[in-house]
Design a protein around this ligand. Structure first.
Ligand SMILES: CCCCCCCCCCCCC[C@H](O)CC(=O)SCCNC(=O)CCNC(=O)[C@H](O)C(C)(C)COP(=O)(O)OP(=O)(O)OC[C@H]1O[C@@H](n2cnc3c(N)ncnc32)[C@H](O)[C@@H]1OP(=O)(O)O
Ligand SMILES: NC(=O)c1ccc[n+]([C@@H]2O[C@H](COP(=O)([O-])OP(=O)(O)OC[C@H]3O[C@@H](n4cnc5c(N)ncnc54)[C@H](O)[C@@H]3O)[C@@H](O)[C@H]2O)c1
Length: 309
């Protein structure tokens, strides 16, 4: 597998030295799964993207192609043929399927990026554990759930880790690698090397709520929502304040829209259940209302703000 020096120097891919992972199964073709499938494919891995039905998968393919065009524009400015080749080759490495059990019969790594609900993740991993080869590594991209608890339904806790990516995956350079007490050295080394091979910078974290980034980010987002609900400042002014006063690329309410309110609600409700005495995780009124109204943020066209495609 050969990578161009351009991809490597711009952080899109690094050497495959020690990277023994060749085929990756990404489960969930939403915001995160599409991005993870894309970065794996553009760095030379064969990928199968799995979701519940063909309609969702066609949408995922469309968003991957759009994103690849943006990446190619940046990598191959004024080199139309090279850009086209990069897109065509990356797309050709991605196949799609709705038959997860069949796909995992032959795969080196499964990265799960489905809805943020423990029972749904449990069902998925308990179904594929008996079918996947012994050597296959399982990973979850959960934002807030315990990796140890997710892994508990499998018989391969030594081959289980958290791989927490950031949205938008093709742009954000970080991956948090979560090591549970059972994760073997071999598994840990393989997922660290694979994270580098797809052009990311991995950091290591214990299986602690929110890992590093969300433990610090969620309180900020929650406080911003409460500030807006109290009427201390408008959503727009809070966002402008944090961008111009604190140097954030997006304001906290813009970011909540970007992440998706169904995901944010699951995170806050999950932490409220776990830490009922911590007022920080008291679910917020406006967040529940948005989800009830189907206003999930950028992905549905409306959240705190309105979006046009
Ligand atoms: C109801 C609310 C309740 C809240 C309660 C709390 C809830 C808890 C929520 C927890 C969230 C957890 C989520 C998760 O676990 C962890 C996360 O992922 S957190 C999110 C991390 N991400 C960020 O912080 C993103 C910050 N934003 C940015 O970095 C930028 O704004 C942006 C997204 C990169 C966009 O940049 P802009 O300059 O605004 O816009 P451009 O369109 O010009 O893009 C810049 C540059 O990037 C390229 N690009 C953008 N998107 C893509 C893409 N999808 N694919 C490929 N390339 C992309 C674009 O082409 C530009 O390139 P350039 O032109 O510069 O070459
Ligand atoms: N949105 C973010 O910014 C973000 C960032 C980091 C991590 N995460 C985490 O990534 C995961 C996915 O989040 P998302 O924002 O991509 O969600 P999403 O709603 O955009 O996508 C989830 C996808 O999973 C599919 N799905 C649901 N159940 C499935 C199953 N049993 N089998 C196959 N596919 C199934 C859905 O059809 C959907 O396409 C969550 O665990 C979330 O916490 C999200």
């Amino acid at each position: 597998m050969a990578f161009s020096s351009k991809l490597i120097s711009r952080g899109f891919a690094t050497s495959t030295y020690l990277n023994s992972i060749k085929h990756v199964t990404v489960v969930g073709g939403g915001l995160m799964g599409s991005g993870i499938a894309q970065v794996a494919a553009q760095s030379g891995h064969n990928v199968t993207l799995v979701d519940l039905n063909e309609q969702v998968l066609q949408k995922s393919k469309g968003s991957i192609e759009k994103s690849l065009q943006r990446v190619a524009k940046k990598l191959y400015k004024d080199q139309e043929a090279e850009a086209k080749k990069f897109i065509t080759e990356s797309v050709s490495r991605i196949s799609v399927s709705s038959d997860l059990k069949d796909v995992v019969k032959k795969t080196d790594l499964v990265v799960e990026a489905i809805v943020e609900k423990m029972e749904v993740k449990h069902k998925l991993f308990s179904e594929i554990d008996p079918v996947a080869p012994e050597s296959t590594i399982f990973a979850s991209n959960t934002s807030s759930l315990s990796i140890t608890e997710i892994a508990s339904v499998t018989k391969r806790k030594d081959r289980f880790a958290g791989l927490h990516f950031f949205n938008p995956v093709p742009v954000m350079k970080l991956v948090e690698v979560i090591r549970i007490p059972d994760t073997s050295d071999a598994t840990y080394n393989q997922v660290m090397e694979w994270s580098k091979a797809i052009g990311k910078t991995p950091i290591t974290c214990k299986d602690t709520p929110g890992f590093v980034v969300n433990r610090l980010l969620v309180p900020l987002l929650c406080e911003a929502v409460r500030m807006m609900e109290r009427g201390d400042a408008t959503a727009k002014d809070i966002d402008i304040a944090m961008k111009l006063g604190a140097g954030y690329p997006m304001g906290p309410l813009e970011l909540a829209d970007y992440v998706g309110h169904d995901t944010t609600l699951s995170i806050v409700e999950g932490w409220h259940k776990k830490f009922p005495d911590n007022p920080l995780f008291e679910p917020m009124k406006s967040m529940k209302e948005l989800v009830q109204q189907g206003k999930l943020g950028v992905k549905s066209g409306e959240g705190y703000y309105k979006y046009t495609k």
